[in-house]
Design a protein around this ligand. Structure first.
Ligand code: ASP
Ligand code: MG
Length: 412
């Protein structure tokens, strides 16, 4: 029998009424002859509430207990959806991560999936189960503790199941009707894409488009899982949504597929570090140990053996970065004169596989920003992406202008 993975996000399961709606949607696929694995998130707001409770106990906590607590939201929605499906006469049951068992690494709160044995579910499908409702976001470590996969992790659970079971497709039901050229709340001309390549989606997700967890896109690309992102509120879902697929399968080919941004960035500059071998390692080693998510890095040309080193990171990591760098200065491992943090910046990126074969995208981007009188503070590029740091107050303007320049409102 063909198998489908359907994932419902928290807003699609926020009330019993919505869970009933989701069940109706599952029923449609079952009646088409599919065996279905449904991956559920917690009801929207639930995970935040659970994390809030953990934080109230103490600022330093046992990460294993954190996972035991925050994984509970998915347990509830899995059970509820299974009950509602049973009421529709569909043989369904819930599965928690450990029952599958979905095996993960033991780094709690950001565990990686290591293996999904298919045996237990397959046996139950053979015995007549039509729908397995699996709690997303959670797994089991080798030392027999419950783990979680990081915020937004049930997307990754869904794609991993689709890969493990060779599903025909992985449908991600969410509160938006697909992937847009940019965030419609920032640019009203934003257009929904019918298709997007894995590579572009990966860049968009990691550059701040929050629809899919980045790791889920990595997995989909690695195992070639066709992912469809669609709204659970769409009355006619069959033709809707955005398909994330191999580059060759994308019909619509734009040079630039979208403009992504992340609002809460910070730019940090170390003034007068000595320009000698090992200096970057001495700076970025401690930052990585402190869990600072460094993104862009620029080293200036040196003068008299001294140089400035600039990097960007999320604003929430600024204090950790400062502490790590200052500690290492005190202990004599790094030398610098001053550390300057600019926490009023944002990052804007244009992404598109067409950049591989079209020159001039960077020049067009810089010209557009020049015309709006927006100063660029840092630039980085990859094969299919150009990112700039700018003052946060110009973020909306920059996104709208770039959306216009690259004619993203028009379908080609
Ligand atoms: N409930 C988890 C979260 O809010 C996982 C998920 O929904 O994907 O992050
Ligand atoms: Mg999500």
């Amino acid at each position: 029998m063909p198998l489908l993975v359907m994932k419902f996000g928290g807003t699609s399961l926020a009330t019993i009424e919505l869970i009933k709606k989701a069940a109706e949607r599952v029923k449609v696929e079952v009646s088409r002859g599919y065996e279905v694995i449904v991956i559920v998130s917690a009801m929207s707001g639930k995970t935040n509430e659970l994390i809030g409770w953990v934080n109230k106990t103490s600022s330093i906590y046992d990460a294993r207990e954190y996972d035991a607590i925050v994984s509970s939201g998915e347990q509830v929605t899995a059970g509820l959806l299974a009950l509602v499906l049973q009421n529709l006469d569909i043989p369904a049951r819930s599965w928690q991560g450990w029952q599958v068992p979905l095996k993960t690494s033991s780094n709690h709160s950001s565990a990686r999936i290591e293996e999904i044995p298919t045996q237990n579910l397959r046996t139950k499908f053979k015995e007549g189960m039509k729908v397995a409702v699996v709690a997303g976001f959670q797994g089991l470590s080798l030392d027999n503790r419950v783990t979680t996969l990081g915020r937004g992790g049930s997307d990754t659970t869904a794609v991993a199941f689709a890969a493990a079971f060779g599903a025909e497709r992985c449908d991600i039901y969410t509160d938006v009707d697909g992937i847009y050229t940019t965030d419609p709340r920032v640019c009203e001309k934003a257009r929904k894409l019918n298709q997007i390549s894995f590579e572009e989606m990966l860049e968009l997700a990691s550059q701040g488009a929050k629809v899919l967890q980045t790791r889920s896109v990595e997995l989909a690309m690695r195992f070639n899982v066709r992912v469809r992102v669609l709204s659970s509120f769409d009355p006619s879902p069959d033709q809707s949504g955005t398909i994330v697929c191999k580059e060759e399968d994308v019909v619509e080919k734009n040079v630039v597929a979208g403009v992504a941004f992340s609002r809460d960035e910070a730019k940090m500059t170390l003034i007068s570090v000595s320009d000698k071998p090992g200096i970057a390692a001495a700076i970025f080693g401690p930052l990585s140990e402190a869990g600072v998510n460094v993104d862009m890095i620029v080293q200036n040309i040196s003068d008299d053996g001294l140089t400035d080193m600039t990097f960007s990171c999320p604003t929430q990591d600024v204090d950790r970065a400062k502490n790590a760098l200052l500690e290492h200065r005190v202990s004599g491992q790094i030398h610098f004169e001053d550390l300057i943090a600019d926490t009023e910046v944002a990052k804007v990126s244009v992404v598109g596989i067409g950049m591989r074969s079209h020159a001039g995208v960077a020049a067009q981007m810089f010209n557009t920003l020049k015309d709006e009188n927006i100063n660029i503070k840092v630039i980085t590029t990859s094969e299919i992406k150009i990112s700039v740091l700018i003052d946060r107050k110009y973020l909306e303007l920059a996104v709208q202008a770039l959306h216009n320049t690259f004619k993203l409102e028009k379908q080609v």
